[in-house]
Design a binder for this molecule. Sequence first.
Ligand code: PEP
Ligand code: MG
Length: 577
Amino acid sequence: MRIFKGIAASEGMVKGKALVFRHASTVAERRHILANGIARELNILAKAMSEARLTIEEHTNSHLSDESQQILEAHLLMLDDPEYRQQIEAYIRTNLVSAQWAIEEVSEQYATLLAESGDELLAERADDIRDISLTLLDATSGRRRSHDLALDEDVILVADSLMPSELFALDKSRILGLVLDGGARASHVAILVRAFGIPAVIATGRASLCVNDGDEMIVDGSWGEVYVRADLTAAQLLDERYARWQEHEAQLREMVDLPTEMVDGHRVELYANIQGLVEVDGVRSSGAHGIGLFRSEFLFMERAALPTEEEQYQAYKTVLQQMAPKPVTIRTLDIGGDKVVQELGIDEKNPILGWRAVRFCLARKDIFTTQIKALLRASVHGRLKIMFPMISGLEELNAVLHLLEHVKEECRIEAIAFDEKIEIGTMIEVPSAALSADILAKRVDFFSIGTNDLIQYTIAVDRGNEKIAYLYQPFHPAVLRSIKMVVDMAHNEGIEVSLCGEMASDPLCSVLLAGLGLDELSMGVQSLLQVRQILRSVSSEEAKELAAQVLSMDSYQTINTYIREWMHDRFDHLTTI
Ligand code: PEP
Ligand code: MG
């Protein structure tokens, strides 16, 4: 039996057989051959060359930026370079080695020569050669890529890493559980697996290297543990744990129709975060007050071509109708960062700080206005609120509001009905927006604090990078001060504040967030009743005292310890804390 411990990324326990998938580059097989094996290796090389060519051509056919196209074209030229190929062939013949060995060796010789040429332009090509070498190695080994993974039976997917787009391409109904070597709780892939209700453990370190296809596994997404080939005693203990978990879930279900009212009557409304239409049924039965964050970009990621205005209109209308009369906050396209849509040609060195969300939308007004028009048209079918992501300052906010007015005017001219009173909000997830919240509050009807990004940008820590995950601290004094400041500034201007980052779904944060003055919390529905149960058993005065106490502390470690003890004293029966 082997046990891996990681981050409990998505609740639930499952048993099943492993299917392993790794992105990490193939290590070249370094194998000596006999003279009579030369023809076979030359054949492998020839096949790899034409397969690599096909792969690159496939990529060039998709809509990529000019720069990406140029790189791929350079790769094609290199593959067609007879000298490159002849040298690999000669290496096989002379040294009597496998094709993979020769590819890696010759490519590295080329790359070193270019890197040390003293010519800046040529030096830049060194990485292209290494890239081609990897493509060729993939082609020789027939390495599996995620989009080639056909899941024809139920599996526990074990991977080194996974991108949101890759998860979308897979048949989720076949994925019983997910185990990743890397990842972080606030990464989008973790948010998605929670939304799909797939139990998951991430940041296990080496699971994908140690597990084999077909291994029997137990994934405990509540405790962050993975058991491979579990022995009988462990399996029995896990069965008991599972029974306790189910009992706790049943108790929480009793909260569904109750309001989230603290003992002194103060209310904090709880909303749901969704990524797609399939989640709406779950929201309706969850006891949520409405949808506080619909990440509309996922409509763009599930498909090969961009959704048309009509397709978007139908999707928004469906959500609004199904949720009516409850409110639905739809966030405009927040693409970029770790949410890549290949068709949009976003291909950047530093995507987290790059062409993301409204920055992209203001440059691609065609895409943005199409979305806004679809939203306006849908607004008559329920209670729509529109929210803009990644706003960094007044100019940007003014620009999107101006565009919104423009599309409204267009609708009026075309006699298209829309709700003239749609509430408009902005996310506060960039430190510059938090620091100028008083300015922004004058221009919108509500704020929603996106702590996933606010933490990332305040502490300068990539939210998806497991190497620095220890720095990603929701309880960092700077983060808590920012939240408090934003809430106070918003309330001064008479607008309400929601919080829709993953902090909202963490039961450990519930009382603190209420004490910091948040009016609403929006989260994945799995946590909603747990948060409700906690908030219903404390008073808003107690929560305020906790927040005041914590705001006077100087380090996240002190705050973390204090909050854990505070919560344990009152909620020691809660398994998730
Ligand atoms: C956030 O940043 O907290 C947020 C809710 O948006 P996303 O996680 O989609 O970036
Ligand atoms: Mg965000």
